[in-house]
Design a protein around this ligand. Sequence first.
Ligand code: ADP
Ligand code: MG
Length: 269
Amino acid sequence: MQSDKPIVFSAKRISKDFGAGKSLKTAVKDVSFDIYDEEFISIVGGSGCGKSVLAKIMLGLYQPTRGQFLYRDKPIKNLKDHWNEVQSVFQDPFGCFNQFFTIRSQLEDALNILKDKPSKEEVRRRVDEGLKAVNVAPADIEGKYPFELSGGQMQRMLLARIFALRPKVLIADEATSMVDACVRANILDYLRKLKDELKMTVVFVTHDIGLANYVSDRIFIMHDGKIVNQGTPAEVLDNTNEPHTLRLLDDIPEVHKTEWIKNSHRSKK
Ligand SMILES: Nc1ncnc2c1ncn2[C@@H]1O[C@H](COP(=O)(O)OP(=O)(O)O)[C@@H](O)[C@H]1O
Ligand SMILES: [Mg+2]
């Protein structure tokens, strides 16, 4: 894709190996792409195809074994600086929150990682805004602990945290997998809203091509460490000669299929 926006991530023929000799496993194989500012990108593929490894390279947690990976034209060197701008949401919201502290205190503490830490009042205001952005009244979580909330509510707390942190780039790795399809669509709508309001770049990692179609500007289909198909949802879905894409389409539960395709972000525009 040609875009007039700056490039956020640039991968030039990157590979990532684990182990050596007989146990050598190449999780990402000679992958190249550019991701532009304010794009919503989905990385889609089956289990073990290398999605999370690619997401971790974007977060600076892994360095590619070969090739070059750049964030805004530079290699990722200082993780603290990197995480000031690039944030993640991972699969399990309960894993991201400590059971022994209130939700509010943890949402407020999340802002500690920012280089220019806002004032106490500003922190409170930003957390309140984050909660309101995901339709939770601040009073509803006052004094509450993670175990007092449902999985779906905790997913929203993760999104509230993102809204409070306002990262430039968000890496969301199967963030919606714990909740049912209806809540998922809801969360993706929020994610899309956060993206638009905060002018974020979002990389959404999922095995569900229906969800990807629903929210993305562009989709990368991965299989066995490689990107095997990429483009706008229309381009990817129309490329029916690509067998891995077809298989992923077959995997969408029948009940949601028409709904996802019909309600896709692009058809709303
Ligand atoms: N730290 C690691 N050490 C060895 N192998 C790994 C490591 N992380 C991932 N892998 C392997 O790389 C492949 C891709 O993993 P991953 O990116 O987690 O897949 P997924 O697409 O399901 O997120 C898998 O075969 C996995 O076993
Ligand atoms: Mg994964």
